[in-house]
Design a protein around this ligand. Structure first.
Ligand code: ADP
Ligand code: MG
Length: 336
C-alpha cells in the first residue's frame, strides 16, 4: 500500500473552457466532458441545471429560467455561477474519492490576476484540497505532445469557443502568447448575421453552430456541401426552410477566419528570430474545437508559410495536458 496520502488522494485536472469543461482523473483519463453552461432560476438565482442538461435549455428557456455560459468570452462573467459550475464538475468527478482532490486547472491566458484568484477560490470552495493553475496554451502544448522542455520553439494555436489562444513555448516557459476573443462563438455569430442579411432568416446559436460543424470551411472543398436550414422569416414572422451551400457559409465565416489568421501572423511577427528559425521546420500544432473547421489548417499554412498540423483529438488536448502534469505536480509548481 502506498503512503496514506498517496493512496487516498486522487488528483484531477480540469480544462475550464469557454464552451466545454473536461475533467481528467489521474490514472483514469478524461471522465467528464460537458458544456460550460449553467441554468439558473431568474428569481431565486438557484442553479437548476449544469452541463449537458443546461445546454439543452439554451435559447429554449421560459421566463423564469435563464441558461448562461459564465466563461463565455474567456473572462469570468459571473463568479458565483462559475463557482457553482466548478463545484458540480469537481463533485461529479470525485464522487468515489475518499479525500478531497488536488486540482490542476487550465485557465485562459488572457484572464486577469483577480479572475485567476477567483477561479482558485471557487475550486477551493468547491472542495479542492489544493489548487494549481496552468496557462491553457501550456496545457494544450503538453497535451498534444510537444517537447516544451527543449530550447526550441513549440507553437500552439488553440481555437476554442470564446477565445483563440496562440503561444510560443520554449524551455517550459511561454515566450510569447496572444489571446483574442474571436473563436467558435464568433463564427456562429457570423452565420446568424449572414442568414439574416441574405435570407431574412432568423436562426438561433445552436442552429448556427450546427451549420458550422456540418458544412463550415475556411478553404474551398474538393466537394462542396449543402444543408437545409430552418428558422423564422424576419419579415413574414413565420417558420421557413432554406437551402445553403458550403460556399455561402465560407463567405459568411471569412471575416472572422481572417481575424484568427491575423492574430497568428502577429504572434509570428513578435517571435524572437532564433525561435522563428525553429518554426520554419517545426511549424505549429492546432487544438480546440475550432481547429476542426474544414481547411483551416490549410489556410493557415498558406498564410504563414509554415507546416500546420491539427492535433489528433483537438477537443481533449488541454484536459490531456492537465492529466500529464498530474504525475509531476512538483515540476508544475516550479515551472509554471
Ligand atoms: P473551449 O476550450 O473554449 O471550451 P472547445 O475547444 O471545447 O472550446 O471548442 C468549442 C468550439 O469548437 C465551439 O465553438 C464548437 O462549435 C467548435 N467545434 C466543435 N466541433 C467542431 C467541428 N467539428 N467543426 C467546427 N467547429 C467545431
Ligand atoms: Mg479550450
Amino acid at each position: 500500500m502506498a503512503n496514506l496520502f498517496g493512496y487516498f488522494s486522487n488528483d484531477i485536472g480540469i480544462d475550464l473552457g469557454t464552451a466545454n469543461t473536461l475533467v481528467y482523473v489521474k490514472d483514469k483519463g478524461i471522465v467528464l466532458r460537458e458544456p460550460s453552461v449553467v441554468a439558473l432560476d431568474t428569481v431565486t438565482r438557484k442553479v437548476r441545471a449544469v452541463g449537458d442538461e443546461a445546454k439543452r435549455m439554451l435559447g429554449r428557456t421560459p421566463g423564469n429560467i435563464t441558461a448562461i455560459r459564465p466563461m463565455k468570452d474567456g473572462v469570468i462573467a459571473d463568479f458565483d455561477v462559475t463557482e457553482a459550475m466548478l463545484r458540480y464538475f469537481i463533485q461529479k468527478a470525485s464522487q468515489s474519492f475518499r479525500a478531497p482532490p488536488r486540482v490542476v486547472i487550465a485557465i485562459p491566458s488572457g484572464i486577469t490576476a483577480v479572475e485567476k484568484r477567483a477561479v482558485m477560490d471557487s475550486a477551493t470552495h468547491a472542495g479542492a484540497r489544493k489548487v494549481i493553475t496552468i496557462p491553457e496554451p501550456m496545457a494544450a502544448a503538453i497535451g498534444v505532445g510537444l517537447p516544451i522542455d527543449e530550447p526550441a520553439a513549440n507553437m500552439i494555436v488553440d481555437i476554442g469557443g470564446g477565445t483563440t489562444e496562440i503561444a510560443i513555448i520554449s524551455l517550459n516557459g511561454i515566450v510569447f502568447s496572444k489571446s483574442i476573443r474571436v473563436a467558435g462563438d464568433e463564427l456562429d455569430a457570423s452565420i446568424i448575421n449572414y442568414m439574416k442579411r441574405a435570407y431574412n432568416l432568423l436562426i438561433g446559436e445552436r442552429t448556427a453552430e450546427e451549420i458550422k460543424i456540418r458544412i463550415g470551411s475556411a478553404f474551398p472543398l474538393d466537394e462542396e456541401l449543402s444543408i437545409e436550414v430552418k428558422g423564422r422569416d424576419s419579415v413574414a414572422g413565420l417558420p421557413k426552410t432554406i437551402h445553403i451551400t458550403s460556399q455561402e457559409v465560407r463567405e459568411a465565416l471569412a471575416d472572422t477566419v481572417a481575424a484568427i489568421v491575423d492574430a497568428v501572423r502577429t504572434t509570428l511577427e513578435r517571435c524572437p528570430p532564433e525561435l522563428s528559425a525553429d518554426l520554419v521546420d517545426r511549424g505549429f500544432v492546432m487544438a480546440g474545437g475550432g481547429s476542426l473547421i474544414r481547411g483551416i489548417d490549410r489556410l493557415l499554412s498558406e498564410k504563414t508559410g509554415l507546416p500546420v498540423t491539427v492535433a489528433d483529438d483537438p477537443l481533449s488536448a488541454v484536459a490531456n495536458g492537465t492529466g500529464a502534469v498530474l504525475n509531476d505536480l512538483t515540476w508544475l509548481m516550479q515551472n509554471v
